[in-house]
Design a binder for this molecule. Structure first.
Ligand code: ACO
Length: 429
């Protein structure tokens, strides 16, 4: 017999169905609660609410486990490319060689920007934040590729996805070049995904940037580790916008906007600011820990804590190891890495962080790594967005394909005044 939850409110006794995920976790189904009883539930920040059913990514926050379509992320450490992971997330299984080759060809065919979109970069101030440019440009893709606003046929969705995943790195690189006043470098179809991005970022018209295999591999792994993270803040933004049947470009632009925030993807920038401040002598690691614990200060230990992980974040562990490897390969130590290790050591020994189960998250080491491979600080969150894009597309597609999906429209607990009369402006005291 299927399980039921019993809710008693006053003299009402309400039976609620209980759902079970394929992982055995239970969820009380309140989808009919308001229609049948007029009651709502209060769950600020949706911390206890399953927004959807999803078969894409699985997290065990207590054990520090993350799987894409069932495969633990540690297994992505070795073989696959980011493009293979993207295909897997979006289409639900590992691709055949033919499918992957075809997808790669589509990415290559779509790597250029429409000249009209490229021209827009000339009118953006040189010091514009690259995340603002990225969000606007993803939205603008709908102006230049209007045929993909409607993706009812599956092939259309594949093409729209390929366009987004390919063009995002061209847009990102062009926004960096604009900020430095450097000429745009067109993509090179002979290069793989990450190498092509690095080429557009760092080549000069008269000198091709030589992509080191270690750097290419590191960037590939960084993108993979960011590729999806179930119903996080930016993905929820994508789902909310997509639930109104807004197109894929507009929905992913909303994801970029959410990711920009310092409590989400913007934390990787805050981590570096914090480490640089310590390095410049503006604060000691001990002071940093004290400030993070001070409830009267808005300061937080950036790169620490997570809504879901109550144990280590497995992505942070992979990135920590990758840091050691990359800096050893580069033979170019970064003093910020030593400061980060010291901060981690202090925090993990401090009862404040231990009791609250606050551990390093993905953003703690990603910034140091990106810095190590030559990416400037204002591009860190952009790199996160390039990595996260396949996840947003996969989640948008899953919702779009779900015949039961409805517009996301929560309720509220109203705390404002009761009915009151409008008073003309000259009669107000
Ligand atoms: N530094 C200091 N205290 C912290 C931190 C931190 N980094 N993170 C959480 N806490 C404290 C909170 O103040 C709270 O303390 P209290 O119980 O005394 O009130 C307690 O730990 C629980 O934290 P919440 O705020 O409930 O955690 P929540 O799930 O709402 O927020 C978040 C998670 C936003 C990630 C938070 O840990 C944080 O702000 N971290 C720093 C920013 C960051 O690194 N963000 C990146 C997250 S990963 C990602 O989005 C890709």
């Amino acid at each position: 017999m299927s399980e039921k939850a019993i809710l008693t409110v006053g003299d009402q006794r309400i039976e609620l169905p209980v759902m079970k995920g394929t992982d055995g976790r239970l969820s009380i189904d309140i989808s009919q609660l308001h229609a049948q009883t007029g009651l709502t539930t209060y769950d600020p920040a949706l911390a206890n609410t399953a927004l959807c059913r999803s078969a894409i990514t699985w997290i065990d926050g207590e054990q520090g486990v993350l799987r894409y379509r069932g495969v633990p992320i540690e297994q992505f450490d070795q073989a696959p490319s980011f493009v293979e992971v993207a295909w897997t997330l979006i289409f639900g299984r590992l691709p055949t060689r033919a499918e992957l080759d075809h997808f790669r060809e589509q990415l290559t065919a779509n790597e250029l920007l429409h000249e009209g979109l490229k021209a827009q970069f000339q009118h953006i101030p040189a010091d514009a934040p690259p995340m603002a440019i990225l969000s606007a440009s993803l939205s603008n893709l709908a102006c230049f590729h209007r045929q993909f606003i409607d993706v009812e046929q599956p092939e259309r969705l594949v093409e729209a996805a390929a366009r987004l995943i390919s063009k995002v790195r061209t847009i990102a690189a062009f926004s960096y070049r604009r900020s430095r006043g450097l000429p745009f470098i067109y993509p090179d179809p002979s290069l793989r995904y990450c190498a092509n991005f690095l080429h557009m970022m760092f080549s000069l018209p008269y000198r091709q940037y030589e992509v080191s295999p270690q750097i290419e591999e590191a960037l590939n792994l960084i993108f993979i580790l960011h590729a999806d993270h179930e119903q996080n803040c930016s993905t929820t933004a994508v789902r909310v916008v997509g639930s109104a049947r807004a197109n894929l470009f507009a929905s992913c632009a909303a994801g970029v906007s959410a990711l920009w925030g310092p409590l989400h993807g913007g934390a990787n920038v805050e981590v570096i600011r914090m480490l640089e401040r310590i390095h410049a002598g503006g604060m000691t690691p001990e002071q940093c820990i004290r400030d993070a614990k001070d409830k009267t200060s808005p300061f937080r230990l950036y790169g620490f804590g997570h809504r879901v992980y109550r144990n280590f974040d497995p992505r942070a562990q992979v990135l920590r190891r990758l840091c050691d490897k990359v800096f050893a390969d580069l033979k170019q130590p970064d003093p910020l890495l030593d400061i980060a290790r010291r901060l981690e050591e202090l925090a993990l020994a401090d009862p404040y962080f231990v009791e609250r189960k606050l551990y390093p998250n993905v953003d703690f080491y990603s910034g140091i790594l990106l810095r190590g491979i030559g990416i400037p600080t204002n591009m860190f969150t952009v790199c996160f967005a390039i990595g996260r894009l396949p996840g947003w597309i996969a989640q948008w597609k899953e919702q779009h394909d779900d015949p039961h999906s409805r517009i996301i429209r929560p309720r509220q607990v109203y705390t404002g005044p009761g009915e009151s009369d409008y008073v003309p402006i000259d009669q107000r005291s």
